[in-house]
Design a protein around this ligand. Structure first.
Ligand SMILES: Cc1cc2nc3c(=O)[nH]c(=O)nc-3n(C[C@H](O)[C@H](O)[C@H](O)COP(=O)(O)OP(=O)(O)OC[C@H]3O[C@@H](n4cnc5c(N)ncnc54)[C@H](O)[C@@H]3O)c2cc1C
Length: 372
């Protein structure tokens, strides 16, 4: 009898970032044999995320076990209206973690290897062929399930005719090593239709320096180059960025903002994270949702039949009210209401709900320049 040397896995996961890592770790915890394909040789290179982790993710997931030197706790948000007045928002007990993101990605990779996941770095997924009970990936092996955790432009989704995100924000960010902000424990967020139409700009202290970026509506038909240098020139002095300092690194990428794709799973192929469109259309935060969904999918892979597919579809957040808010921001964003209303109770109420998930209380302040 001929013995097949083709390795067989319960799942082959494409992408070792947040969604893929969570899925692979959960599947390993359920005793499954998992192979992860990651096209980057070093998972910490060519990043396209600011890497801010919300409190819920820090408390409820393995991201809470990140070494202390890779994270920095941020307790407050300073929200700036287009005319650069500000409101300081905070919620007792709420926090964000900024991160040394390259090393977070390396830590995640190590964590997968330690858990017994077969992690193949520098391996780009191209295609798979149907076998009797699953899929065959050339040079890798066969698997019952194929998981697309390969980001906003998922090749898995493309190859298998699954749904693909249709609307995006485009985010770009500069990093400045070793710089210290005036208020390092505060996430500075700027509402500015001029520089960040459809979203906001931000500046934050990280464990290694400062990140300053913006995101805007992405319209391939009317592509507009983001003026991040102009944005940082305008706001840098307020927060403590040295003038005309050259960026040490740049991160940029597309952020799906239209809600989950359909179909999200079929024939043993399942999408998760950005590939599945699971990103908050309002905050553009996708790390926690990618982790949560990836984890649920990974755990469900141990189930029989199409259980994992069903769970992947029904556990994908729909973001109904957030999609409505996105529509309003896309179609009716104006500067003057924010200039006028920043310090009013209704606007603070809305901002607290967005930033602190309903647990906020806020104080308002004027920046030094306004107070003078
Ligand atoms: C500029 C910017 C800033 C952001 N900031 C934040 C933030 O601060 N907080 C937050 O919560 N969210 C943020 N997001 C969103 C967040 O980064 C994503 O939602 C999150 O990274 C999604 O994780 P993922 O695992 O689904 O996909 P990704 O992080 O996109 O990872 C996909 C992985 O798949 C790999 N891959 C792709 N194709 C292949 C292939 N063919 N073969 C093998 N491997 C492949 C990639 O190399 C990558 O490692 C930001 C996004 C952008 C663009």
């Amino acid at each position: 009898m001929a013995i097949s040397k083709t390795p067989h896995y319960d799942a082959i996961v494409v992408g070792s970032s947040f969604g893929g890592a969570a899925c692979a770790l959960a599947a390993r915890e359920a005793g499954l044999r998992v192979c992860v394909l990651e096209r980057k040789r070093d998972p910490g290179e060519r990043l396209h995320t600011t890497g801010i982790i919300v409190k819920e993710a820090a408390e409820d997931t393995a991201l809470g076990e990140l070494p202390a030197n890779l994270v920095r706790r941020i307790d407050k948000v300073r929200l700036y209206s287009p005319n650069l007045r500000s409101a300081l928002l905070s919620a007792p007990g709420y926090f964000f973690l900024t991160t040394d993101t390259p090393n977070v990605m390396r830590w995640l990779a190590q964590r997968q290897s330690d858990a017994g996941v077969e992690l193949r770095l520098g391996h780009s997924f191209q295609a798979a062929q149907r076998t009797g009970s699953g899929w065959h990936v050339d040079g890798v092996g066969t698997a019952r399930h194929l998981i697309g955790a390969d980001g906003a432009r998922s090749r898995v989704a493309e190859r298998f005719g699954l749904g693909r995100p249709k609307s995006f924000l485009y985010g770009i960010e500069y990093e400045f090593d070793g710089v210290a902000l005036h208020e390092p424990d505060t996430l500075h967020c700027f509402i500015t239709r001029r520089f960040a139409p459809g979203y906001i700009g931000w500046v934050a202290q990280t464990p290694t320096g400062v990140q300053g970026g913006l995101a805007m509506r992405y319209d391939p038909a009317a592509a507009r180059t983001p003026d991040i240098a102009g944005f940082l020139d305008r706001v840098g002095g307020l927060v403590g960025l040295p003038a005309r300092r050259r960026a040490d690194a740049v991160r940029a990428g597309l952020i799906p903002c239209g809600g989950p794709v359909a179909p999200l799973a079929r024939d043993g192929v399942i999408l998760t994270g950005d590939a599945a469109g699971i990103v908050s259309p309002v905050t553009a935060g996708g790390i926690h949702s990618a982790w949560r969904h990836g984890w649920l999918v990974g755990r469900a892979l141990a189930g029989a039949g199409g259980v994992a597919e069903e769970i992947a579809i029904c556990q994908a957040p729909r973001f109904r009210s957030k999609r409505l808010m996105r529509w309003a921001f896309d179609h009716a964003q104006m500067d003057w209401p924010f200039d006028l209303l920043l310090r009013t109770a209704p606007l603070r109420w809305a901002a607290e709900r967005i930033y602190f998930h309903k647990r906020g209380s806020a104080r308002t302040t004027r920046p030094e320049s306004d107070a003078a």
